[in-house]
Design a protein. Sequence first.
Length: 152
Amino acid sequence: MANLVAWNEPDRDPPPPGETAEWQWGVLFVAIALFELANFLLQLSPIVSSYDHPTISTVLDPVLATHQGRSVALLVWLVTGVSRVGLSWHDITIVLYLILLGLGGVLEVAALRSDSRLATFGTVVRRLRSTHTGRVGLAAGWLWIGLHFFAR
């Protein structure tokens, strides 16, 4: 939430040290951490969540229980958190491309396991080449890659 609020603040130079009181934010974050710790310790068991004393993870469990919820939460976390570190949108885009490339590598490695039901990238390309529409799509993709990476 703090990232979303800070996102809309105009960029400005930070004031010199001692001119503002940042300690209030520190007190707030310590209070949140202590409240979270108290709720955790008041549970009957550390591995069973409590309805009476829910922790932050217990409150977010229904949202994060689905792939869609985790994906949206990850995207929001990346965009708000990474942008607050001082990275530009270009840097964020590069990070997301690297994550997607990494996911492709993970898929390929998982597909190469002997007990995997996933298709390798080569199998997908061979299947696409077996139809006219697939060949046109591959040619269009190859042209797009060539124009974007090699045409100046």
